[in-house]
Design a protein around this ligand. Structure first.
Ligand code: SF4
Length: 1016
């Protein structure tokens, strides 16, 4: 019997479940799988959870057996889509369909293990021994290397010789415990997966609109008239979320446009697909801006009243030959003081609502983009001119107030040296078209991992704090200085400028961190936070490791050897560590970097002295907690079973480690014990904190009776806060993450709500909790004109009822600020206006400019040959020497994900391994013919940093492009295989990628680099 791909999954998820892998593998016969099993669901326990892979956050129902009796272990035997879930409505993609095999993977870790220096094998150890020995390593290294004061005598309390990585799919509650643990120890080198994927999203969207998050939500995509997919491939990377783009096509007659180097599965269902050279997106997007301005395709009233087009820029601002004013060549960075507005005597920006002043943002933008003609776009991008003009025309139609376009992007934009500026380009287009704040509009940053949004919100990045505050630098020597520099002043009169409340957010965080020990007298414990002096992002830490300046590495739910660029450098870096602790449910390549796996990891264990501890943890199906989907929904999930073997919950591991370290400091003393001893780790079960208790702390409490301005009691001492408007800067409130306030209130756990009633336009405010304040469409005040009339009556989100804004969503505005006021809709920005000119927020300029990738197939940037590449990119010497030239490596390569596999996780799931068992690369027919490569041949793909070998898929999907007078061939590198897992052994794709990142966030360049290809 022949089974199609869809039939295969249908059988696996609906009928055969527990037996899927065994019966649908390669033996005995696939026909066995066609015999559906009888399910005993009546005897099963049903538990609600969410898919652990991508950020669509599909709802799942897990069925487990085990009668709940003492010592009886439940086991999950069936998983299916949750039909009530408003986004997924019962659907699961091939990844979600394989979840059961992930839970029961034979790669799951079952007991703690230890690898001695120079050894080639693991030895089993007890939890007690593991915790004792790791705590001792932590204390000894911290005591030996902790820096209490810097060379200027400033208290900095940082510990740099050990770094930590947090997860991207564990719950918020695990992430919060990680933060407490790392920051109390003084670790600055704390990072999470967000560094490697959506860092540039925050860098670009926060200065554009005020928040660095997806503006709308998955279901709202259905309301669009045009869906532009660029810098992403949601049909494969977010398959269930993508059905809302199809819904827009089917129900709304929307045009779906895909621009991508490859004709991918999103392109296969598009109305218009056009190719582009990897790494040239800024030129394309600035070309669109030029088209919209030159052809008068902008939403005039929106641009005039809701963007900073009318604000006057300082006279000394300029741009010439690829450089903005203020460039310091030696330092490779800008003095940004000229990149701002001209202010009046009251400190407000000067404005010209006629948009004719020669230095207003509108006129400067026109001038800046005038170089990006359709011909120039074609020259740089290789996109056919007719395609480009047709895309501009379709997008331009949405400048009408009653039409919207939505932009969907993901890593195809973020993972570039100019990633943040690509996203900025998209944000500017949407502002010009009047599509932000509108239903069916927005910039929808499609987050990757299931809780990468949450880990970003929680501040698990080296120089961040929760709720998008920054960790103080060692220039911010006291609380007053830090708050003064972190709290913006309004740049126009009557603006909400909500970040003016930063002191309330910060003091409430400090009260959460240090409890009663945080007092006004000690600056709320300000000194106990580590202060940073230079970047400690993952790329920086990896470089420090290769210099032998990092001794310890704690890696939780993360596989940096597979995720960091330049895998061979990664092995060198890990080999220089003294010790590493890996906490993971699965056997990752990071944990076995010291093992010889032949060509994919050809190392000599005897020469690697790193001690490695491998601690088995729970997976998503075995924990309670919340994860945050791409649409900012905090969704609570429940454990359906206990972790396997001796595995512990992540919180229990961190709890034991922290309490053991604290015990050592109590017993022995040591360097700077105060933050460890004073940390508010007063949990009911300190060795194993309960997620519910942690989640309530994230929401926050009233620490005293709270009264409003009119003297009315609004919260009693000890009550959970109802929302963040109750936060105070006088120590009378606590909240770990101010944007999560409202998620667990006196009314209960708002994240666990399951009312999927549609209040209009697909909005379901009764399902889970969306930050901030349960808003589902950000900046939604901009959906109506200044007088409060919706731009499009069919997309009415809000209306003014005479005293308040009401509607299908929560107003993202002062609820009682009436229409007609001067208050503008972008309430998080000090001018209240969406930014076409990003002032000094980004490192490489206030307007996006096209720069070539660091490894470019062109001799020079056609726009300005003397400044070919991003002038503010950080390139360590060790990495500079590992960059290849176009003579040696003539083809452009780009990495990507495929439908059936999720990053490096699903290779451990047998069902997914069956359908994509072996590594491949995609090569266009023309290049294959030139190289004598046929489909199925093994090819070697090489960069200056290393090589991979894989099967060749020869395809029509990648075409040669004409770029700047030369033919450019592109090669596609899926990134899912490695030397661990259930799939056939393969190479880590990041063996090829360069050690350089986005100039703002240091998110690595995975999408445009140079390779050579040979037949083996
Ligand atoms: S991988 Fe994403 S789209 Fe697929 S089932 Fe999981 S959450 Fe849904």
């Amino acid at each position: 019997m022949e089974l199609g791909r869809r039939q295969f999954f249908k059988l696996c998820t609906v009928g055969a479940a527990g037996a899927t892998a065994a019966t649908l593998g390669f033996a005995p016969a696939i026909a066995n799988a066609t015999q559906p099993r009888q399910y005993k669901l009546l005897r099963a326990r049903e538990t609600r959870n969410n898919c652990t892979y991508c950020s669509v956050g599909c709802g799942i129902l897990m069925y487990s057996l085990g009668d709940g009796a003492k010592n009886a272990k439940s086991s999950i035997f069936h998983i299916e889509g949750d039909p009530d879930h408003p986004v997924s409505r019962g659907s699961l993609c091939p990844k979600g369909a394989g979840l059961l095999d992930y839970i029961h993977s034979d790669q799951r870790l079952k007991y703690p293990e230890y690898r001695a220096p120079g050894s080639d094998k693991w030895q089993r150890i007890s939890w007690e021994e593991a915790i004792e020995r790791i705590a001792r390593l932590i204390k000894d290294d911290r005591d030996a290397n902790f820096i209490e004061k810097n060379e200027k005598g400033v208290t900095v309390n940082r510990w740099l010789s050990t770094a930590m990585l947090a997860s991207s799919a564990a719950s918020n509650e695990t992430g919060i415990l990680d933060f407490y643990f790392a920051r109390a120890l003084g670790i600055v080198g704390l990072d999470c997966q967000a560094r490697l994927c959506h860092g540039p999203t925050v860098s670009a969207l926060a200065p554009s609109f005020g928040r660095g998050a997806m503006t709308n939500n998955w279901v709202d995509i259905k309301n669009a008239n045009v869906v532009l997919v660029m810098g992403g491939n949601p049909a494969e990377a977010h398959p269930v979320g993508f059905k809302w783009a199809i819904e827009a096509k089917v129900r709304n007659g929307a045009k779906l446009i895909v621009v991508d180097p490859r004709f991918n599965r999103s392109a296969a269902v598009a109305d218009l697909y056009s190719p582009i050279r990897a790494g040239s997106d800024v030129a394309f997007l600035m070309g669109v801006v030029n088209y919209l301005l030159s052809n008068d395709k902008i939403q005039h009233e929106y641009v005039r009243h809701y963007t900073n087009a009318s604000l006057i820029v300082r006279e000394d601002f300029g741009f010439d030959e690829g450089l903005f004013s203020g460039y310091d060549e030696a330092a490779r960075k800008y003095d940004k003081s000229s990149w701002t507005y001209e202010l009046d005597g009251d400190g407000f920006a000067k404005r010209d609502l006629s948009l004719t002043h020669p230095r207003c943002v509108f006129q400067l933008l026109k001038q800046h983009v005038s170089r990006y003609t359709p011909e120039r776009v074609t020259q740089i991008c290789g996109t056919p001119k007719d395609d480009f003009l047709e895309i501009c025309r379709i997008l331009g139609e949405t400048s009408a107030p009653d039409r919207t376009a939505t932009f969907l992007y993901a890593l195809g934009w973020t993972q570039h040296t100019s990633g943040a500026q690509m996203i900025r380009g998209a944000a500017m287009i949407q502002l010009l078209l009047g599509n932000i704040g509108m239903s069916g509009g927005g910039i929808n940053a499609l987050r990757g991992h299931s809780n990468i949004q949450g880990y970003t919100d929680l501040g698990l990045l080296s120089t961040r704090l929760p709720g998008y505050m920054n960790l103080p630098t060692d220039q911010q020597t006291d609380l007053a200085t830090y708050l003064a520099q972190s709290t913006p002043k309004a740049l126009l009169p009557e603006q909400i400028n909500y970040y003016k409340n930063t002191p309330k957010f910060f003091v409430s965080l400090m009260k959460d961190l240090w409890g009663d020990k945080a007092t006004r007298e000690n600056g709320w414990g300000f000194d106990w936070l580590p202060k940073w002096d230079r970047p400690y992002d993952m790329l920086a830490v990896q470089d420090l490791m290769t210099e032998g300046r990092i001794n310890g590495y704690i890696v939780q739910g993360f596989n940096p050897l597979a995720a960091m660029p330049d895998k061979n450098k990664g092995v060198e870096a890990l080999s220089r560590l003294k010790w590493m602790v890996v906490i993971d449910p699965l056997a990752t390549e990071t944990s076995t970097f010291w093992q010889n796996h032949g060509e994919p990891n050809d190392v000599d264990p005897a020469k690697i002295r790193t001690e490695v501890f491998r601690l088995p943890s729970s997976c998503f199906a075995e924990e309670n907690g919340a994860i945050v989907n791409s649409g900012r929904w905090l969704q609570w999930h429940y454990a359906g079973a206990e972790p396997p073997g001796e595995a512990w919950h992540d919180g229990k591991i961190i709890g034991h480690l922290f309490m053991k370290v604290r015990e050592l400091y109590q017993r022995e003393g040591g360097v700077c014990p105060e933050p460890i001893l004073n940390l508010n780790w007063n949990f009911r079960r300190p060795l194993d904190p309960e997620p519910e208790e942690v989640a309530k702390r994230a929401n926050g409490y009233a620490l005293a009776d709270l009264y409003d301005d009119g003297g009315k009691l609004v919260a009693r001492k000890g009550e959970l806060l109802g929302d963040f408007s109750l936060l105070r800067d006088d120590g009378s409130t606590s909240s770990y993450c101010w944007v999560f306030a409202g998620s667990w209130t006196e009314a209960g756990n708002q994240m666990a709500r399951r009312d999927n009633a549609d209040t209009g336009l697909g909005c379901t405010p009764g399902w889970a909790f969306a930050w901030p304040q349960n808003r589902r469409i950000l900046y939604n005040r901009a959906s109506a004109d200044p007088q409060g009339q919706p731009w499009d009556p069919a997309r009415r989100i809000l209306e003014w009822n005479g005293s308040r804004w009401v509607g299908c969503d929560v107003a993202d505005f002062g609820a009682s600020v009436p229409p007609g006021s001067a208050t503008a809709p972008f309430i998080m920005l000090p001018e209240g206006l969406g930014r076409l000119f990003s002032t000094g927020a980004l490192n490489e300029g206030p307007f996006p400019e096209h720069y070539e990738p660091i490894e470019s197939p062109l001799a020079a940037n056609p726009l300005h040959p003397k400044v070919s590449q991003n002038p503010t990119v950080r390139l360590y010497e060790r990495d500079r020497a590992r960059m290849g030239s176009r003579d040696e490596f003539p083809y452009v390569a780009t990495t990507y994900s495929i439908t059936e596999l999720f990053r490096h996780w699903t290779k451990h799931s047998r069902l997914n391994a069956i359908i994509q068992p072996e590594q491949f690369v995609e090569i266009g027919e023309k290049l294959a013919a030139e190289k004598g490569i046929r489909a199925g041949d093994i090819v070697k793909v090489t960069t200056k940093r290393g090589y991979i070998k894989a099967k060749a898929v020869v395809t029509k999907r990648i075409k040669a492009l004409q770029v700047d007078g030369q033919e450019i061939q592109q090669v596609g590198i899926p990134c899912h295989w490695g030397f661990e897992g259930t799939t056939r052994k393969g190479f880590l794709a990041n063996t090829l990628t360069p050690g350089v990142g986005d100039a703002n966030s240091q998110t690595p360049e995975y999408k445009a680099f140079l390779v050579n290809v040979e037949k083996v």
